[in-house]
Ligand binder design. Structure first.
Ligand SMILES: *[C@@H]1O[C@H](CO)[C@@H](O)[C@H](O)[C@H]1NC(C)=O
Ligand SMILES: *[C@@H]1O[C@H](CO)[C@@H](O)[C@H](O)[C@H]1NC(C)=O
Ligand SMILES: *[C@@H]1O[C@H](CO)[C@@H](O)[C@H](O)[C@H]1NC(C)=O
Length: 449
C-alpha cells in the first residue's frame, strides 16, 4: 500500500480502499453475470447455427424450404391420451432421433406384443423411421418389454430395428401395470436371452405366450386400434408419414422414390391452400403363404401371372382395396428405372365408397376416431368418411405397392364374439358418429362410412 504523506498525517487508513475494492469486485461480478446471460443466448444462436450446418443433402434442404417444417429430435415423455397413459418414445430409434423433417418418411404403425414378428421385415424394407405404438395393459407390459429387448438384440435385423424403431407404450388408467420403467435405460437394462447354452436360438418371447393368457383377453378388453394409430402419428418427427398396418410390407426403396418425386416436381404436392387436400395411396396385394415377398413390381407381376398374388382381400371385400385405374396399373409394364409417379386420382365416392386406402400424408388429414375399436371392424372407414366430406383427393402411386404378410384369407371368419362388436359398432357409427361428422364437416350424399 502506498504511503502518502499530507502534512501532519503520514498514513491513510486502509478501510476506504477496501470499500473501493469491494465495489469494484461487485461490479466485476455483475458484469460476469450479464456476460453469462449473453453467453446463454449465444448458446442458442450456436444451436441455430448447428441446425443450419446439418449435413443435409440438397434434396432434404430443398424439401424443407418447400414444406417449411422444423427439425425436432425425439424425446421420452409421459403423457395422458384420453383415458390412456402414454410412454411416448420409451425406446428411441438411434437414427430416427436425429432425422431431419424432410430427410425421410415415418412409417407409423400400431399393435401389441403379438405383432412384433413383422417388425424385422417392415424395417428392412422401409429403411427409415418407424413409429410403433403398442397397447400394453396390466401385465402385458412385461411381455412387451421382453419383446422390445428381443427384437433389438436377437434378430439378424436387430441393428436396423435399434436404428429406426421408436417404441411407444400405452395402457388405460383402469388397467395399470404394477411397474412401469422409469426411462429408456431401464428398458435396455432388462435381461434377455437370445440363444440357449447349446447355441440354438431361443424362439421369440412373443411366439411363446398363448394369446388367450394375455391381460387384454383375460380382462375382456377390445383393441383400441385408432388410439394406437394416432399415438404413432403424433410421435413422428418427419413432415411426411405413412400410416400403415404392421402386416403390410412396402416395396423396396419407397422412401427415396417418394422424396425424389416431390423434389423433382413440387406440384405433386397441393401447396396452394385453395387446392383440394391430397394423400398418396399405394396399391395393396396379398400373396400365397409359400410365395417370396416381391421386392419390386416385376417380381409382383410374376406372382400375379402365376395366380400367387392378388388384390388385397379380393374374396372378402373386393372394393375395399382397389385403387382408381387398378387394371391399368396392373397392365403398365414397369421399366427398370421406373420413377415413382402419380398414377391415377380418385375420391372416396361411388365406386370407391368402401375404399380403405393406406397412403402417404403430411399429417394434416383428420385423426382416426378413437371410439372405434378393431373388433368393431370399421376402424378406417370413419376417417375416410370425413376426408370425403372435406373433398380429399387420393393420388395413387405407381410402381410402388404394399404386400400383406404371406397367406391369403379365403373366407371371412368373424367370430361370434367379434360379430357382436361389429353390429354394435355399425349402429354407433350410423347414429352417432356420422351425424357428428356432418355437423363438423358438412354434408355430401356421395360420402359414406
Ligand atoms: C414383470 O416383470 C417384473 C420385473 O422383471 C417381475 O418382477 C414381475 O414378476 C413380472 N410380472 C409378471 C406378472 O409377470
Ligand atoms: C369376460 O367375459 C366373460 C364371458 O363374457 C366373463 O365370464 C368374464 O367374467 C369376463 N371377465 C371380466 C374380467 O370382465
Ligand atoms: C408435375 O406434377 C404435376 C401434378 O402431378 C403434373 O401435372 C405435371 O405434368 C408434372 N410436371 C412434370 C414436368 O412432370
Amino acid at each position: 500500500m502506498a504511503a502518502v504523506s499530507f502534512g501532519h498525517r503520514k498514513y491513510i487508513r486502509p478501510w476506504p480502499i477496501l470499500i473501493l475494492l469491494s465495489v469494484a469486485l461487485l461490479l466485476v461480478l455483475r458484469n460476469l453475470q450479464n456476460l453469462q446471460i449473453r453467453l446463454g443466448l449465444s448458446v442458442y444462436d450456436y444451436l441455430d447455427c448447428f441446425e443450419l450446418q446439418r449435413q443435409d443433402s440438397p434434396r432434404t434442404r430443398d424439401l424443407q424450404r418447400l414444406v417449411k417444417c422444423r427439425n425436432r429430435p425425439l424425446r421420452f415423455q409421459r403423457l395422458q391420451h384420453g383415458e390412456f397413459w402414454l410412454l411416448q418414445n420409451l425406446v428411441i430409434g438411434r437414427k430416427s432421433s436425429q432425422v431431419g423433417c424432410t430427410e425421410s418418411i415415418t412409417y407409423t404403425t400400431n399393435g401389441d406384443y403379438t405383432f412384433f414378428d413383422n417388425l424385422e421385415t417392415v424395417v428392412e424394407r422401409w429403411g427409415g423411421p418407424v413409429s410403433f405404438a403398442i397397447h400394453a395393459p396390466g401385465y402385458d407390459l412385461n411381455a412387451t418389454l421382453d419383446a422390445i429387448q428381443y427384437v433389438r438384440n436377437c434378430l439378424p435385423g436387430s441393428e436396423a430395428i435399434s436404428d429406426w424403431v421408436s417404441f411407444h407404450v400405452y395402457f388405460s388408467n383402469q388397467h395399470m401395470p404394477e411397474n412401469v420403467p422409469y426411462d429408456e435405460d431401464e428398458v435396455l437394462a432388462r435381461p434377455y436371452v437370445c440363444t440357449m447354452a447349446d447355441g440354438f436360438l431361443i424362439p421369440p418371447p412373443y411366439t411363446l405366450i398363448d394369446r388367450s393368457d394375455s391381460y387384454k383377453v383375460k380382462a375382456n378388453l377390445t383393441y383400441p386400434i385408432n388410439v394406437g394409430r394416432n399415438i404413432a402419428r403424433q410421435a413422428a418427427n418427419t413432415h411426411f408419414i405413412f400410416a400403415c398396418d404392421i402386416e403390410l410390407y412396402p416395396s423396396l426403396g419407397f422412401v427415396d422414390q417418394f422424396l425424389d418425386m416431390v423434389s423433382q416436381n413440387h406440384s405433386v404436392l397441393a401447396l396452394d391452400p385453395s387446392q383440394p387436400r391430397r394423400v398418396y395411396p399405394l396399391a395393396v396385394f396379398e400373396i400365397e403363404a409359400r410365395a417370396q415377398i416381391p421386392k419390386n413390381k416385376a417380381e409382383l407381376m410374376d406372382l400375379y401371372r402365376k395366380k400367387q398374388a392378388q388384390i388385397f382381400h379380393l374374396k372378402l371385400c373386393s372394393t375395399c382395396h382397389e385403387i382408381p385405374g387398378q387394371q391399368d396399373w396392373l397392365n403398365r409394364t414397369p421399366s427398370i428405372k421406373d420413377h415413382l409417379q402419380l398414377f391415377s386420382m380418385g375420391r372416396r365416392e361411388y365406386k370407391f365408397k368402401f375404399w380403405e386406402p393406406f397412403y402417404v400424408s403430411d399429417k394434416t388429414e383428420p385423426l382416426f376416431d378413437e371410439r372405434v375399436s378393431w373388433e368393431g371392424q370399421s376402424d378406417k372407414r370413419t376417417q375416410n368418411y370425413d376426408m370425403c366430406l372435406l373433398g380429399y383427393e387420393y393420388y395413387a402411386l405407381h410402381p410402388a405397392f404394399l404386400v400383406h404378410s404371406p397367406g391369403i384369407k379365403k373366407l371371412a371368419k368373424t367370430s361370434s364374439n367379434r360379430l357382436k362388436y361389429v353390429e354394435e359398432m355399425n349402429k354407433f357409427i350410423k347414429f352417432k358418429i356420422e351425424p357428428e361428422y356432418r355437423v363438423l364437416y358438412g354434408r355430401n350424399a356421395a360420402c359414406t362410412t
